[in-house]
Design a protein around this ligand. Structure first.
Ligand SMILES: CC(C)(COP(=O)(O)OP(=O)(O)OC[C@H]1O[C@@H](n2cnc3c(N)ncnc32)[C@H](O)[C@@H]1OP(=O)(O)O)[C@@H](O)C(=O)NCCC(=O)NCCS
Length: 149
């Protein structure tokens, strides 16, 4: 698997990929061009496209806030390439990258309905530390998870 650094110019590639491989549910909150643009405008935002034999098999992104706290923004694997260890592999890579940048913890939020992702994150060592209702809109609940590096 190769990682290719994505830029603003890859936004439509990400959107098209998510349309096919991350439909609702889970309620995937970065599904508009505007939201992705604002993420790419953050200086700390890092997004990789994942490729295997020139085929895009996923993407992953993270960013850091002004308090030096890291957030996993998105991690999506092609439906036909799941359960092969790709997400674990890429999470290990970005974990090391964040560690090298001085990060101590990684935070994320996930829909409580997204059981696959919750199992995946728990397997990586994330722990649920909070939950909130109606976060993005009515009925959009989120679990808050944290990973200690
Ligand atoms: C969550 C996701 C990224 C996992 O990707 P993946 O490449 O299939 O994950 P891996 O193969 O590395 O799985 C590693 C471990 O995670 C857990 N896991 C992964 N998918 C799972 C599933 N569908 N059900 C239960 N556990 C799962 C398992 O423990 C698995 O280990 P195992 O294969 O030995 O059982 C993928 O299902 C996905 O893209 N989902 C849609 C997008 C999404 O919801 N992203 C998260 C948004 S917050």
């Amino acid at each position: 698997m190769q990682l290719r650094k994505f830029t603003q110019g890859d936004i439509q590639t990400v959107r098209l990929f998510d349309k096919k491989h991350a439909p609702h549910p889970p309620k995937y909150h970065i599904d508009t061009t505007n939201e992705l643009t604002s993420f790419f405008n953050k200086k700390s935002f890092v997004c990789y496209g994942l490729y295997h034999d020139r085929v895009m098999v996923g993407h992953v992104s993270y960013w850091k806030d002004t308090k030096n706290i890291y957030y996993l923004n998105a991690l999506v694997i092609h439906t036909q390439h799941r359960k092969k260890g790709l997400a674990s592999n890429v999470f290990n890579k970005i974990k090391e990258e964040i560690k090298e940048k001085g990060g101590k913890e990684i935070f994320l939020t996930v829909s409580p309905l997204n059981k696959d992702a919750i199992s995946f994150y728990e397997k990586q060592g994330f722990k649920v530390y909070n939950s909130k209702t109606d976060v993005y809109s009515l009925g959009s609940d989120r679990l808050y998870m944290k990973f200690t590096l």
